[in-house]
Ligand binder design. Sequence first.
Ligand code: OXD
Ligand code: MN
Length: 606
Amino acid sequence: MIRYDQLNAWVQEMAVLCEPDEIYWCDGTEEEYQKMLEELVMQKKAIPLNPLKRPGSYAFFSDPSDVARVENRTFIASKDPNDAGPTNNWMDPDELKKVMKSLYKGSMKGRKMYVIPYMMGPFGSPLSKIGIQLTDSGYVACNMRLMTHMGRDVLKELETIGSFVPGLHSVGYPLKDGQIDVMWPSAPIEKKFIAHFPEENLIWSYGSGYGGNALLGKKCLALRIATVLARDEMWMAEHMLILKITNPEGKSKFILGAFPSACGKTNLAMLVPTIPGWKVETVGDDIAWLWMKDDGRLYAINPEAGFFGVARGTSFESNSNAMMSIRKNTIFTNVAITDDQDVWWEGIDGPIPNHLMDWKCEDWTPEKKTTAAHPNCRFTVSIKQCPVLADEWDQPEGVLVSAILVGGRRPTTIPLVHESLSWNHGVFMGSMMGSEITAATISDQIGKVRRDPFAMLPFIGYHVGDYLKHWLDMGARSNEALLPKIYYVNWFRKDDGGHYMWPGFGHNSRVLKWIFERCDGTATADLTSIGYIPTKDAIDIRGLPMQHEALDKLLEVDHDLWVEEVKSIRAYYKTLGDKIPRELYDELDKCELRLNYHKEQEQEVK
Ligand code: OXD
Ligand code: MN
């Protein structure tokens, strides 16, 4: 059992290091949340939005150098560099602590240190974990209140759970006596560190106030630290949405989906089906924790309690449920502001206003060359405001997983949907996932394809080869018949003219319907070299202005392109070193054999 004096001692030790003016223990109440926001408005760090248009909502604007996760400043400080593997930045834990301690020394001067007890996962779930975040950012404290179960109840729960993941966060901008604060304090890029010490379950974050760098429950705890715990305790921490889908007869299933950042996880989790009688509800939009129960089946919980969604592109047309979720009590970051104090971003409904205040707090008119909102502008909102929230969203026993989707943005090669031949083949599909690089990450490679196994590349807290082995090991604990099938979906295939071939959004329900019916054994499929593909007519396109020929093209397996794909996957595996499990090379070899066999057959026919 945890001793509270241990917790107090850690808080005191960190306070001695960071030298805040004040220590404040968050109780998680609504009154406290309102007070923290008022304080931020007084300090000119937030602006309240028009209460008639966006009640209870606030806008924040970051420093232009602090707009996204910083992968090149994110470290896995395991004792052995080989445990971090080739896809993570590694530093020796003692050395990193030395460097960071010198930065933390006095870093909270002139500021308040918030102590935030938070819980990832529903109260009473066997998988739920407690974190305690110390931060000198009121913005972070407010966001944590929306994103997690936060406050006094969590401290009580500490008695039952017995341990917590400590996380120290400082924006790295101490104030000298009398120094006026800036709107968004942060440190220059070379001083930013997002550090994970997996052997100690410890998170240290310095220099950034933004999203996944600063809200430590999300990427740091619920993914990077959790992947290590999950490996050791035989469960899984994944970058996945969880949705509930119900057919016209009232039968429901839960489906998970792994897609890289900014590829539509939130949209899919809140989808409004375009096929009559079907319903989709949301359990989570970003992270899933999975475990196998004694029945040999996989169950999942959403460790989060809110959405930190990409606002750009969100509209009533693309995601009406997200738009309804953010009608009130929402924190917006780096959006543009209309003259009547509401929010605006590229892709939102309606005409482009003649005048805005852009995310840099400057006047903006349509003639300006820059975007008014930052491409990675965000909304933070409690999940409880989602109008299609599934009743099961916080049930401690989790939800039974019927299918797992993987996917990314691939303009060519990958068909609209294909189904795995087995669990190991599904893991192979996840390992070869690729996507165009998006604005959620600072990178000069935007537009190029990068492989991103299970959309976890920036979030695996250990060696990627061991992570893929863990997936295989999880499957080996059960029986093929009890495990969910894995489906590779690609909403982003383009035609020769560069146009998207699939209308996407609500129409994705047509693919979900096929998957639902595959789980029940009622939908048909053709066996191809790469997996099972829906037979002609198996995808319901009634009411879609789409010809069957176009659908055939979307479901086509282009053998020449796939031969190239296999080569490219093999080359990719090589870059990951010798820990890539043999079973995945076997899947790759089998896929290559099937493709070659197909080509030979084709030639014989000719
Ligand atoms: C996120 C991300 O913020 O993946 O969810 O970047
Ligand atoms: Mn994410």
